[in-house]
Write a protein that binds this ligand. Structure first.
Ligand SMILES: NC(=O)c1ccc[n+]([C@@H]2O[C@H](COP(=O)([O-])OP(=O)(O)OC[C@H]3O[C@@H](n4cnc5c(N)ncnc54)[C@H](O)[C@@H]3O)[C@@H](O)[C@H]2O)c1
Length: 248
């Protein structure tokens, strides 16, 4: 299988790339972080992972990468959208948001997900099928547990909840819209991923989960490998939650 992973150099994206390549898939990691991308690809001497620079919020740039991958591999069987573009002001308190910042983050993230879907679907239609996987979040399932953030400078922006909640609608819509095309669209909603968060936060977060609490990126990869396999052939329009029970 050939898989294109957007945001392939990110916390989750890199874990996805590595897991897919280790399974034997050909992976095109797409990102705007050229240093990280070059380094990631160089870890795979067998050429299983290639890196392509692409700002995925520009549909024509994604088309070029899809066309290039198609020429090289014959087809791109799946697109995993794990890029996470955001403005420099991302995370500003609700009370301080400007209309422009809200609009820009909605454009980059929710609009970006819609446009990545449009370009991936156009590509899949030409080849008679494919699989699109979006990355949601537990913040699309429930309100943040604000207690967890007390005493830290961490936050979960309101726009994030709006974007990730909206993304679930995009996934359901597309799965149904594409009935009979051989194209599946699903979502994975991970819980929080460990990334140097303060110990007090990790502890409070863990108390609201069932065992580990915050996850490592690798904990989410099994869900992707399942979705990008014949074993999930009839899983369509779904949201696979991997959150150690945070949302229960
Ligand atoms: N980290 C978490 O705790 C967590 C939890 C749940 C869901 N998620 C979701 O997982 C996805 C990935 O998050 P992450 O934590 O890996 O983020 P990250 O910031 O670690 O990685 C995102 C990657 O996207 C790349 N990128 C940014 N703008 C881009 C653009 N315009 N074009 C191409 N690439 C671009 C960045 O260079 C980076 O490598 C996001 O949708 C995020 O909301 C993350």
């Amino acid at each position: 299988m050939t898989v294109l992973v957007t945001g392939g150099c990110g916390l989750l994206g890199e874990a996805f790339v590595r897991a897919l390549a280790e399974r034997g898939d050909d992976v095109v990691a797409v990102d705007v972080d050229d240093d990280a991308g070059t380094e990631l690809a160089s870890d795979f001497e067998d050429g299983r992972v290639t890196y392509r620079h692409c700002d995925v919020t520009r549909p024509e740039a994604l088309d070029e990468v899809l066309d290039g991958a198609k020429s090289r591999y014959g087809a791109v069987d799946a697109v995993v959208h794990s890029a996470y573009p955001r403005t420099s002001t991302w995370g500003a308190p609700f009370e301080e948001l400007s209309a422009e910042e809200v609009a820009e983050n909605l454009r980059l993230q929710l609009g970006g997900a819609i446009m990545v879907s449009q370009r991936a679907v156009a590509h899949f239609r030409e080849q008679g099928g494919g699989h699109l996987v979006h990355i949601g979040s537990i913040q699309g399932l429930a309100a943040p547990k604000f207690r967890h953030y007390e005493g830290t400078d961490m936050t979960s922006p309101l726009e994030y909840t709006a974007i990730k909640t909206g993304l679930l609608g995009v996934v359901r819509y597309l799965a149904k819209y594409l009935s009979g095309t051989g194209i599946r669209v699903n979502c994975i909603s991970p819980g929080g991923i460990k990334d140097g968060q303060p110990e007090a936060f990790l502890e409070r977060y863990r108390e609201d989960c069932t065992s580990k609490g915050m996850l490592d990126p690798e904990d989410v990869t099994g869900a992707l490998l399942f979705l990008l396999s014949g074993r999930s052939a009839h899983v369509n329009g779904q949201n696979l939650v991997v959150d150690d029970g945070w949302s229960l």
